[in-house]
Design a protein around this ligand. Structure first.
Ligand SMILES: [Zn+2]
Length: 358
């Protein structure tokens, strides 16, 4: 009769207790490569995983060597990451067919509140992108700037207009901003944008009522708004079934302040620095990623020059585009991908690039 005689396993279970026994089996399997582990773990998770449940009481000796997934190797001719902004339907109708033709994945930055709204992809399209190897990145919950901007002019008590290096908070009327020099902090509601294009400023509903010095003061969102932008978008996307580990900062606005919130939730940011497409593997920090555009705001000569450099020196390129723009279409994306193919540069998602270069 089966099941009556105590098996070795059950005897051991009785000796060690269920938790420890399962752990030992798991460790042995892991050591002999019997357990496939395709998903890479963060160091924190890995540590928790290899800790026996009753380590303190049982004094189990840890095996000294652990087998880990081999590090992905850096491609000989460099790599390139394409990051599309905003989750426009054209990512699906224009960018996806081009990328499929070259068997090249990409990363798309999704504003979680915009999914399925007019002009934006729904989960049906996002699923197809994922099936084609694309990465879903967060682009915040409501497309809010997550960077902070240093003031460029001192404030007087009666001022309701703030001059700073960036004005993007002015786009979001009714949202609360924080003006802070580290010691004194005021919270004010945004009334909108002030000033002409080229000299845009943020207008508040009430006077600043404080004398702040430019250079030592920043305008930014307070912690609760930052958490909503950074954490809630990731949560929403994950609830839809997507694996989210990177973020794309709206308006290319990113700063040290952003890191306080982003580092808790993400492995990297696609556009911490704007103005260059080139990242150097030896010093690559995923929270300092440099990204620049490859169709709009540039020219073919500049793009080809960077691709040559990426291929010659085995560098990491990160490029972006808004697929809803007229000049960004299947044809212009295909042209770029053909230049990438000509140079034998490997296309990868941002997540893969972080695994490869960090
Ligand atoms: Zn955007």
């Amino acid at each position: 009769m089966r099941g009556k005689r105590p098996t070795r396993r059950r005897v051991l279970q009785n000796i060690f207790g269920m938790g420890l026994f399962s752990w030992l089996i798991a460790r042995i399997k892991q050591l002999f490569g019997l357990q496939g582990d395709s998903g890479r773990k963060s160091p924190k998770e890995a540590t928790n995983e290899s800790k026996p449940p009753h380590a303190d009481q049982e004094q189990v000796e840890e095996p000294e060597e652990q087998e880990e997934d081999p590090e992905p190797t850096e491609p000989e001719n460099g790599a390139i990451v394409f990051v599309y902004d905003d989750g426009a339907m054209e990512d699906y109708t224009q960018a996806l067919p081009a990328h499929k033709a070259f068997d090249a994945p990409a990363t798309t930055g999704i504003v979680s509140n915009w999914i399925g709204t007019s002009g934006y992809m729904d989960t049906e399209e996002l699923d197809e992108l994922v099936d084609a190897g694309w990465e879903i990145a967060s682009h915040t919950k409501k497309h809010r700037p997550i960077g902070s901007f240093p003031l460029t002019e001192d404030t007087n008590h009666s001022d309701i207009i703030v001059s700073a290096e960036g004005y993007r908070h002015g786009h979001h009327e009714g949202e609360t901003v924080e003006i802070s020099n580290g010691e004194t902090k005021v919270l004010r509601e945004v009334a909108g944008l002030a000033g002409e294009p080229g000299e845009r400023r943020v207008k508040l509903t009430e006077p600043v009522d404080e004398h702040f010095h430019a250079g030592e003061t920043e305008i930014r969102y307070p912690a609760d708004v930052m958490h909503e932008a950074v954490d809630d978008s990731k949560k929403a996307l994950e609830e839809m079934g997507y694996d989210v580990s990177t973020i794309l900062a709206p308006y290319d606005a990113y700063s040290g302040y952003s890191n306080l919130f982003v580092k808790e939730q993400y492995d990297g940011v696609a556009n911490a620095n704007h103005g260059s497409r080139i990242n150097y593997p030896d010093e690559y920090d995923p929270y300092e990623t440099q990204r620049d555009y490859f169709i709009e705001f540039t020219n073919k000569k500049s793009v080809k020059h960077d691709l040559d450099k990426i291929a010659d020196d085995a560098l990491l390129g990160v490029v972006g585009a808004h697929s809803f723009k007229e000049e960004v279409n299947e044809e212009s994306i295909r042209e770029m991908l053909s230049w990438v193919e000509d140079r034998d540069i490997e296309t990868m998602t941002l997540r893969e690039a972080i695994e490869t270069y960090n």
